[in-house]
Design a binder for this molecule. Structure first.
Ligand code: NAD
Length: 344
């Protein structure tokens, strides 16, 4: 079986090579992202393997079908970069629903601590033998309230970590898990979460409902000095509104592992270039904003799990004609296949 692998980075190859070899799969690694210009490279392959910033829109899906490629293996959990409605009945979309919620949740806490204890500033200062503490005052997490939007796999691990710090937790989920509620965790409405949280962390998928869940209106409800954490998907946050909130001092700090327009920049080296995106450049210039480049998943453990599950999804699908990690789109809802054949 031949796999066309897009948006390849050096850290992808060791784990994929190891699992593919075990299963006799041949992988051709392309550095290019999959999009309308590069889809022609898929000629002669059985499967296309893509990541978060590859584009699987209607035009790409049509061309894949013309080329006889009917399986897209996402090596990530989110599938907002796939036009699922259009894909239904044309191509099979497999994904890795979970590879390490710990990687993402731990990175979220790393960003939060770095930001509020000014570690990013201290690192630069002490390297220059500047041992002054002026401007370095932070605040305790203990006793503060964190609002978690999305109490799935990553949200729950993040909640556990926050509890370890002695924080109170308010949660919002479209599908609340009542068993999670206790004296330290309460489900509330989104507006109540905005109004009462010192820190807000986003762990829900990007959908039409969650698009710009952090915007001018929601920020207006927030406490002054609120810290916004987004390690989920960029378009959950209206970046312009966030920037305005930072300038007006309403937002105390923001930690972003994802950015709405990240596909153009993230994962690439722009250090010798003029950054064209003024909003991103302005955000990065702020002393109270930390941006990492969609890095939260990047641990050895996660990479190994991603490769193992992706290879297993492909092998299972071609052996059985179905795979539990196929994303099924029926009745306007995309979810993992619960009933076997997704096109039936
Ligand atoms: P999950 O499916 O386990 O949990 C998502 C939760 O969001 C579920 O509980 C679901 O009910 C809830 N939800 C759905 N619609 C909602 C809505 N409208 N409002 C509020 N909550 C809603 O997913 P997960 O594994 O915890 O991942 C969460 C997100 O993290 C993914 O969607 C993905 O975008 C992101 N992610 C980022 C990275 C990274 O490297 N930065 C890595 C993996 C995942």
């Amino acid at each position: 079986m031949k796999i066309a692998f897009f948006d390849t980075k050096p850290y992808d190859k060791p784990s994929f090579d190891a699992y593919a070899q075990e299963q006799n799969l041949t992988i051709k690694y392309f550095e290019a992202k999959l999009n309308e210009d590069t889809v022609g490279l898929c000629r002669g392959y059985d499967v296309v393997c893509v990541f978060v910033n590859d584009t699987v829109n209607a035009a790409v899906i049509d061309r894949l079908c013309e080329l006889g490629v009917h399986v897209v293996a996402l090596r990530c959990a989110g599938f907002n970069n796939v036009d699922m409605k259009y894909a239904y009945g044309k191509i099979h979309v497999l994904r890795v629903p979970a590879y390490s919620p710990y990687a993402v949740a731990e990175h979220t806490m790393a960003l939060l601590l770095t930001s509020i204890r000014r570690i990013h500033k201290a690192y630069i200062r002490t390297r220059d033998f500047n041992f002054s503490l002026n401007g370095m005052t932070g605040f305790d997490l203990h006793g503060k309230t964190v609002g978690v939007v999305g109490t799935g796999k990553i949200g729950r691990v993040f909640i556990d970590i926050c509890r370890g710090f002695g924080m109170k937790v308010l949660a919002y989920d479209k599908y609340p898990v009542k068993e999670l509620e206790n004296d330290k965790l309460r489900y509330v409405t989104l507006d109540e979460l905005f109004q009462n949280s010192d820190i807000i962390s986003l762990h829900c998928p990007l959908t039409e409902e969650t698009y710009h869940v952090i915007d001018e209106r929601s920020l207006s409800l927030c406490k002054k000095g609120v810290v916004i954490l987004n390690t989920s998907r960029g378009a959950l946050v209206d970046a312009e509104a966030l920037l305005a909130g930072i300038k007006s001092r309403k937002v105390g700090a923001a930690c972003l592992d994802v950015y709405e327009e990240e596909a153009e920049f993230f994962f690439e080296d722009f250090s010798g270039h003029i950054l064209e995106d003024d909003t991103l450049a302005r955000l990065i210039s702020m002393p109270n904003v930390i941006v990492t480049s969609h890095q939260a998943f990047l641990t050895e453990d996660a990479l190994s799990n991603i490769a193992e599950t992706t290879v297993d999804n492909i092998v299972t699908f071609f052996a059985k004609g179905e795979c539990p990690n196929e994303v099924c789109f029926r009745g306007g809802v995309a979810e993992d296949c619960k009933s076997g054949k997704c096109f039936s």
